[in-house]
Structures are given as structure tokens and as C-alpha cells.
Design a protein around this ligand. Structure first.
Ligand code: GLV
Ligand code: MN
Ligand code: MN
Length: 447
């Protein structure tokens, strides 16, 4: 078994539950996985630690210069598969191992990072660690609570972190570029017979909290035509939102969580909350999706005699990835004789945040039957390893040693933000279009 396959098995054992893989952000199992990673990276000779936002950062190579950050996340959704996020982190460690064995010495720092709470599955605040890393003020998010009423601040304290020090996690000024390997989480690569996805853009989205308030009452005494049942409003909204998103175009709407209050079997629900996740690579479609949610909530509230509310928990614009890194990834895939295909990510990733601050790229490997966020999530060991080899080649090129690859240019962008390094494309580089023509690699189902 390869080191990567072995590591995937090891991390799958870190779970909050015995009967499934569940590693929610800041949970004991998640923190255990983070500590395990620190140990592995240290054993490889990297300078590894955990920052104030819970990001594991392991540094390889020189101490100065704009770093090439490579990573993903170790937290999971409830009842998850083994690969989402984890593959990107473990493949980055495996790539370092491979490059060390090849005698490669990076000219730029290479940082392997596992970002905290990419999923947002616990608190509804995805990409928490990467947002802290780029210096976003996350103070307003600290009060967000999980299904048990535990706030992020409390969860951090319980895991031994200090919420007041979140600002210390900002380190983007020392990073020049970002690279992330991830499973596709959709069916496009498998359907096209491709081994590698060269990701050109990442869908944006929003997480909304929709609420309905009616009046609680006795399940046996209040006549059906005299009720203001908030859960009925929620149920109608779920169906209406699904139907609206079915209306065509690049728009996906998902209600993933529902709560009814007070939650007694013999009590008419007086309150109902829904999480609504909206995704699209098209900014106009995202705006349309938000309008649709607002109009549906208003109409149903009025028809059911309820009060409706819509609150934005998180929102992200879509992102085009960096052309030079796209070209580097395509060349790395070609050097491995991989069949590569240009794709758009339907899922969100830490690259969506980091890629707004520095040039970023992503590599996808196929997901069997397009399944993800599910225990059946799978990618063959060979495909995982091919992805890792492509990643290693891209790191080699981007970390500045290989004359074939792009180099991080130490001259700073004149108008760019401090710490943003410009990339100089390798001579003759061009974007590889893969087995299917450009545009055919449409977004798969959101991950
Ligand atoms: C992350 O998996 C997402 O929700 O896209
Ligand atoms: Mn992920
Ligand atoms: Mn995910």
C-alpha cells in the first residue's frame, strides 16, 4: 500500500462516531487529526504547527520569500466519505515526501496547510480557516451556534484555542500562490474518461438562514383551519425552492437542515428554520437565486399567516483561477500522460478564498459515480496517486526549481496587495484543453 493510501486509512479512523466518518470542525476527532498531521509533517522535517484559527501549517524549504501554499481541509460533513479535503492535505504531504526522495530542494518556501472548517457543516460558516488566513474579520461569526447550541467561540475554547487571537492567523502576506488537489465530487471527469481535472473556475454561493414564525399550540385542540404552523411554511418553501432551481440555468439550491420549535410531537410548531445553500458559477444566477428565496419566503409567509425572514450567513462570489497555474497543472498532467479535462468546480473550496488574494490553481481527480458528501465517496488508489504525482510536478515547477515550470517572481505586483507575488509563465506555456473541448467540462453537482 502506498504511503498516501495508508495515510487515507489512518485519517478515516479519526471520527466523532464509531459507525461513520464524522469529523466536524473543532470536534475532538478533528483536533486529533490535526495533531496527527503536525506529527507527520514534523517527521518529514517540516516546521509544523497550528495557528490561532486552527489551520495546520507545515513549512518546508527556505524561511523567506513568497511561499507556495498547498493544501485543503481535514474537517468533514456528517456521515462523510474518506476523501473530501483529506486527499488534498495528504497528497500534499505525499508530494513533499516524493520530492524529497527525488532530492528536490525548493527555492521558495512550500507550506502544506489543512484549513479549519472548510465545510461549515457544523456552524453554517464555511471556509473559516482560509478566511482567517487572508485576514477577514471573523469576530461576527464567533457567535454562530451548532445544532446543540454550542458557539464557535465555545468550541474553540474547548479545543484549547483563544477566540480573541483569531487575527494572528492572517499570514497571506507571506504567500505567493496556492495550489489545491481535490476530488471532483461530481460526475464530469468519469463520464469523459478523464484522469485529471484542470480547474478553471470555482462556483460561488451563499448560505442563508430562512425562518418562519407562527404560533405554537395544542395538536389535539386547534382546528386545522385555525393554525399558523411554521413548519408547514418551511415544508412548502423546501418544495418551492427545489422547483425554482429546476427552472433551468446554472443554479443549485439545497435545504440541508431544518429545525422545528418547540419540537414536541403534540405541539404545533411555532417556529421553523431552514438552511438554504445557493450555488452557481454565474454571478447573475446567484443574484437571481437570492431573489427567488426572498420572494418564495414572502409569498408563503403571507399565505400561511406567518412571519418570514431571510438572513445571510455567508456568501462567496465565483472565482476564475490563475491562467499561469492552470497552464502549469496542465503541463504536469501531460508529463504524467494523464487525460486531462478543463472543468469548473461546482463545490466550494479553500482556493475560493485564498485565490482572491494570490494566484491559485486546483487539480481534480475523478469521483466514482460522481458521489461525494456520502460514505460511498470513492476514487481509485491509482487515480489518487496520479493526482498526487501531478501535484508534485506542479509544486516542483511553481516552487521555482524546475526550468520547465513557472516561477514565482519576487518582484511584487505594482498595484497589487502587499505580499502578492506575480507569476511569470514558463516560456511556451499554453492551457491544455484535455480530451473534450473547452466548455464541455461543465460544473458537476455541487460537492
Ligand atoms: C464544500 O464541500 C462545499 O460545500 O462545497
Ligand atoms: Mn472539500
Ligand atoms: Mn465538502
Amino acid at each position: 500500500m502506498s504511503g498516501l493510501a495508508h495515510d487515507l486509512r489512518t485519517v478515516a479512523r479519526f471520527s466523532d462516531r464509531d459507525d461513520q466518518i464524522t469529523r466536524l470542525a473543532w470536534s475532538p476527532a478533528h483536533v486529533e487529526a490535526m495533531r496527527w498531521m503536525v506529527g507527520e509533517a514534523t517527521a518529514l522535517g517540516l516546521d509544523a504547527g497550528i495557528d490561532a484559527a486552527g489551520n495546520v501549517v507545515a513549512r518546508w524549504g527556505p524561511a523567506t520569500g513568497p511561499a507556495l501554499a498547498v493544501g485543503s481541509h481535514l474537517d468533514s460533513v456528517p456521515d462523510a466519505g474518506r476523501l473530501d479535503g483529506v486527499l488534498g492535505v495528504l497528497a500534499a504531504l505525499a508530494a513533499v515526501r516524493r520530492l524529497q526522495a527525488q532530492g528536490f530542494t525548493p527555492r521558495r518556501p512550500v507550506w502544506v496547510i489543512a484549513f479549519m472548517d472548510e465545510e461549515g457543516a457544523r456552524f453554517g460558516t464555511p471556509l473559516f480557516g482560509s478566511r482567517a488566513f487572508v485576514g477577514e474579520d471573523l469576530e461576527p461569526s464567533l457567535a454562530a451556534v451548532d445544532a446543540d447550541g454550542v458557539s464557535i467561540a465555545d468550541a474553540m475554547r474547548k479545543a484549547g484555542f483563544t477566540p480573541d487571537r483569531l487575527g494572528d492567523a492572517c499570514a497571506i502576506d507571506r504567500v505567493g500562490a496556492y495550489l489545491e488537489l481535490h476530488i471532483e465530487q461530481g460526475p464530469v471527469l468519469e463520464k469523459a474518461g478523464a484522469d485529471i481535472g484542470v480547474v478553471r473556475a470555482i462556483s460561488g454561493g451563499a448560505v442563508l438562514a430562512v425562518g418562519f414564525t407562527g404560533h405554537a399550540g395544542h395538536a389535539g385542540t386547534v382546528p386545522m383551519d385555525m393554525r399558523r404552523d411554521a413548519l408547514v411554511g418551511g415544508a412548502r418553501a423546501i418544495v418551492a425552492l427545489r422547483d425554482a432551481a429546476l427552472g433551468g440555468g446554472d443554479l443549485r439550491i439545497t435545504v440541508g437542515r431544518i429545525a422545528a420549535h418547540p419540537g414536541g410531537t403534540n405541539v404545533i410548531p411555532g417556529g421553523c428554520e431552514l438552511s438554504v445553500d445557493i450555488r452557481s458559477a454565474d454571478p447573475d444566477a446567484l443574484d437571481r437565486g437570492r431573489d427567488v428565496v426572498g420572494r418564495i419566503v414572502e409569498r408563503i409567509a403571507s399565505e400561511e399567516g406567518l412571519q418570514g425572514s431571510v438572513r445571510t450567513l455567508t456568501e462567496f462570489a465565483p472565482l476564475q483561477l490563475d491562467e499561469t497555474i492552470i497552464a502549469t497543472v496542465a503541463r504536469a498532467a501531460a508529463a504524467e500522460s494523464a487525460v486531462a479535462l478543463d472543468v469548473v468546480s461546482g463545490a466550494g473550496h479553500d482556493a475560493l478564498v485564498i485565490g482572491r488574494a494570490v494566484p491559485a490553481g486546483m487539480i481534480f481527480v475523478p469521483s466514482r459515480n460522481g458521489i461525494s458528501h456520502h460514505p460511498e465517496e470513492a476514487t481509485s488508489a491509482d487515480q489518487c496517486e496520479l493526482g498526487e504525482r501531478v501535484l508534485a510536478r506542479a509544486i516542483r515547477a511553481l516552487a521555482g526549481q524546475d526550468t520547465n515550470g513557472g516561477e514565482i517572481d519576487e518582484r511584487r505586483d505594482s498595484g497589487g496587495q502587499a505580499g502578492r507575488a506575480a507569476f511569470r509563465p514558463p516560456a511556451g506555456s499554453r492551457v491544455h484543453r484535455g480530451a473534450v473541448g473547452p466548455g464541455d467540462g461543465a460544473a458537476g453537482a455541487a460537492g
